[in-house]
Ligand binder design. Structure first.
Ligand SMILES: Cc1cc2nc3c(=O)[nH]c(=O)nc-3n(C[C@H](O)[C@H](O)[C@H](O)COP(=O)(O)OP(=O)(O)OC[C@H]3O[C@@H](n4cnc5c(N)ncnc54)[C@H](O)[C@@H]3O)c2cc1C
Length: 378
């Protein structure tokens, strides 16, 4: 039998995440929009609320609540701020490779602090050579004694400047077919965050470049087997990265619908609220249909993931659908607001900007269609 209900624990967690978003996140949004910086207080608050601990097993200081609860947390936080939802989602991309492929020693060393939010995680694959083709990266590693020497440059990395523990994909300098993933730590000699990007949306969520210049990395920081790092990196970005983006998109869709309903009930034209107009109701219906469908797709994928089933294709469908639907929802929300939709004091203008940033992260819609097309043909 298929069960479409959340457990009592999941519902309780949704309520707690909503309260956290309303009390701790909402007040930080104007400052983050203004400065483009992630609030230090918020990093601390997310850690104290154990938001980074959701998928970490208890033995490593986590809550072990699973990926459905993680999506619930990201969805609720993204209703208030997609920038914060995005920062949180990417923390798990630093955690996941260590959790799934790390040694016992690596897990004990990094996971407890990452679960508490004392160390902020991220993963760095993308380079200027094109994120859709990770085999084209140029960041290289070379063995020297028992260490590795890394050189290269990563771009568009979330949490680039606020991250402490960063998993990096690099290519063997002598074998272009071999890739390895390494754990980099803030402060390592030759490793630094350089350019910080100014995005159209998700302002405050830190995105930037990382540079590696003859950076000496001890062998104990290699994750998994040498030469098998592509699997490590893609496993993190695949289900966990795309699941995180689905959470962000669902939150944004819900925020667009909520703001539109409020405005439509308050805006009086022809002596009545515009919610009486059929064209407005049609837009609200379209947004509601997309949200319902997106939730079914997203939580189907996490429920499979929580059961340990293969769910990459289902995540590709959910990521494609929800990020495209979030753009549709934001456009409709702006339209429903008439001229007010173009004014910065209305959140829907931020939602429209944010909606465009959802697409490329963790793989573009074109790449999702490549995966889905292959699935259809298999
Ligand atoms: C806000 C933000 C945060 C990000 N965070 C991270 C992060 O933390 N870590 C990280 O490693 N990366 C991160 N990225 C990078 C992201 O993964 C890449 O932007 C994405 O993979 C696309 O790569 P690209 O930008 O180089 O575009 P390209 O790969 O150059 O693609 C250009 C165009 O070609 C299309 N295209 C490419 N290949 C195909 C194909 N086979 N078939 C059809 N069309 C195709 C694309 O869909 C796109 O329209 C982030 C990006 C953004 C915008």
């Amino acid at each position: 039998m298929i069960d479409f209900t959340f457990t009592e624990e999941q519902e309780m967690f949704r309520k707690a995440a909503r309260e956290f978003a309303e009390t701790m996140v909402a007040s930080k949004v104007p400052e983050m929009e203004e400065t483009g910086k992630f609030s230090d207080d918020l990093v601390k608050a997310l850690g104290e609320a154990e938001m980074m601990a959701l998928t970490v097993p208890e033995e490593y200081g986590g809550l072990d609540l699973g990926y459905t609860v993680r999506m619930i947390a990201i969805e609720e936080i993204s209703k208030v701020s997609v920038a914060v939802g995005m920062m949180l989602q990417v923390c798990a991309l630093g955690i996941e490779p260590i959790l799934k492929f790390g040694t016992e020693e690596q897990k004990k060393r990094y996971l407890p602090a990452m679960a508490k939010g004392e160390r902020i995680g991220t993963t760095a694959v993308t380079e200027a050579t094109g994120g859709s083709d990770p085999t084209g990266i140029r960041t290289s590693y070379k063995k020297e004694g028992s260490d590795y020497i890394l050189n290269g440059r990563k771009c568009f990395i979330t949490n680039s400047h606020i991250g402490d523990t960063i998993t990096i994909l690099a290519k063997d300098s002598e074998n272009p077919k071999a890739f390895s993933t390494f754990i980099m730590e803030k402060g390592m000699e030759g490793f630094k965050a350089t350019r910080e990007e100014h995005k159209v949306g998700m302002r405050g969520c830190n995105t930037g470049e990382l540079a590696l210049e003859n950076c000496r990395v001890p062998a104990e920081n290699l994750i998994g087997d040498e030469g098998k790092g592509m699997r490590v990196a893609l496993a993190a970005i695949g289900d966990v990265g795309r699941g995180g983006m689905v959470g962000c998109a669902l939150g944004l869709q819900a925020a667009c619908l909520e703001a539109s309903i409020k405005f439509a009930n308050e805006r009086i034209l022809y002596g009545k609220p515009i919610s009486y107009l059929q064209t407005i109701q049609n837009k609200l219906a379209d947004m509601k249909i997309d949200l319902e469908a997106g939730q079914l797709l997203g939580y189907r994928a996490t429920s499979m993931q929580d059961k340990g089933m293969r769910s990459s294709n289902e995540f590709a469908v959910a990521k494609y659908f929800t990020t495209e639907a979030a753009q549709r929802a934001a456009k409709m929300a702006v339209d429903i607001h008439g001229g007010y939709g173009c004014m910065e004091e209305y959140a829907v203008s931020r939602y429209l900007r944010d909606s465009f940033v959802l697409g490329p992260s963790a793989g573009t819609s074109d790449i999702m269609k490549v995966i889905i097309g292959r699935w259809a043909l298999s």
